[in-house]
Design a protein around this ligand. Structure first.
Ligand code: GSH
Length: 280
């Protein structure tokens, strides 16, 4: 079971984060907030009750996805944009290099991460954890729920009620492996993706690597010592514990039986895995 809300560093109402504990994009912003040691207020958006598709939330984020940040009444959307915004507005504890070339390298990483692994991880994640909440709907009801999603209609239609095909999963895993290999090359001149400084590039990829671990895919980097060491360093940072409070890992929501269970492959009806209904 998920907590009703995550405890967080509360201090003034200046920064409000609309988020969900197990949403990888929300985790990305929680990591940045923790790195920057910012106080924020938690606004839990119940994806399992489709609060992210209700009018009140669509007024904050017309894309109908979490997270969204509200800072002094201004809504900022998209996790990568939010993280850069935080570093623009709160320069203490910077998470971007000052040097323009290094900053460009960080942004190139962030762009690649948004396009390749962040997209790829959704396919095995939805097959393993999320599709079961749609299986028992009638085809009409499923279509209605897909059609409501401003950004993700086609993704849901492609998934259907039985999950993505093995071919889709293979493409995703290839993309994830390519990302890990690219990380390994960069980490030769590490310890972080952009050299000496821990940056938003490291923040951006962390939730995907964590989700891979939750999906039983850690073997995909067991031959990559740079990535293995990088992940150990990431987990030792205080921000990791703050961003991943209990209730934030996929297996927290879907049961211990799902921790590194049978991997990302198409899971047909699995009564143990269907306990919680959610998307994210
Ligand atoms: N580009 C957006 C993507 C946000 C996104 O996809 N959020 C997911 C959770 S990680 C979501 O809200 N999904 C809702 C749904 O599938 O209906 C960002 O980085 O903020």
């Amino acid at each position: 079971m998920l907590p009703v809300d995550l405890p967080c560093l509360v201090g003034g109402a200046m920064l409000e984060l609309y988020h969900h504990p197990i949403s990888t994009c929300s985790q990305k912003v929680r990591l940045a907030l923790a790195e920057k040691q910012l106080d924020w207020e938690s606004r839990y958006v119940a994806l399992e009750r489709e609060e992210h598709l209700q009018d009140w939330y669509l007024r904050i984020n017309p894309n109908g996805v979490v997270p969204a940040l509200v800072h002094d009444g201004q809504a900022i959307v998209d996790s990568s944009v939010i993280n850069e915004y935080l570093d623009d507005v709160f320069p203490d504890h910077p998470v971007r290099p000052a040097d323009p070339v290094d900053r460009a390298r960080m942004r190139a990483w962030r762009q690649y991460i948004d396009e390749v692994p962040t997209t790829a991880i959704r396919y095995p994640s939805f097959n393993r954890f999320f599709v079961q909440s749609f299986r028992d709907l009638s085809p009409d009801d499923f279509e209605k729920r897909a059609a409501k999603r401003p950004l993700r209609k086609d993704f849901y239609r492609r998934m259907g009620q039985e999950g993505f095909s093995e071919a889709d999963i293979r493409v995703s895993l290839d993309r994830l492996r390519a990302t890990l290999e690219r990380m390994e090359t960069s980490l030769d001149s590490g310890p972080w993706l952009v050299g000496d400084m821990y940056t938003l590039a490291d923040v951006s990829i962390t939730p995907t690597v964590v989700r891979m671990e939750d999906l039983g895919l850690a073997h995909m980097w067991s031959d990559l010592p740079g990535v293995t060491d990088w992940y150990a360093r990431v987990r030792r940072r205080p921000s990791f514990e703050t961003a991943y409070l209990p209730g934030s890992r996929a297996f927290d929501a879907f049961g211990e039986a799902n921790r590194a269970a049978d991997g990302p492959w198409r899971s047909r009806r699995n009564p143990e895995a269907g306990a919680m209904r959610s998307t994210g």
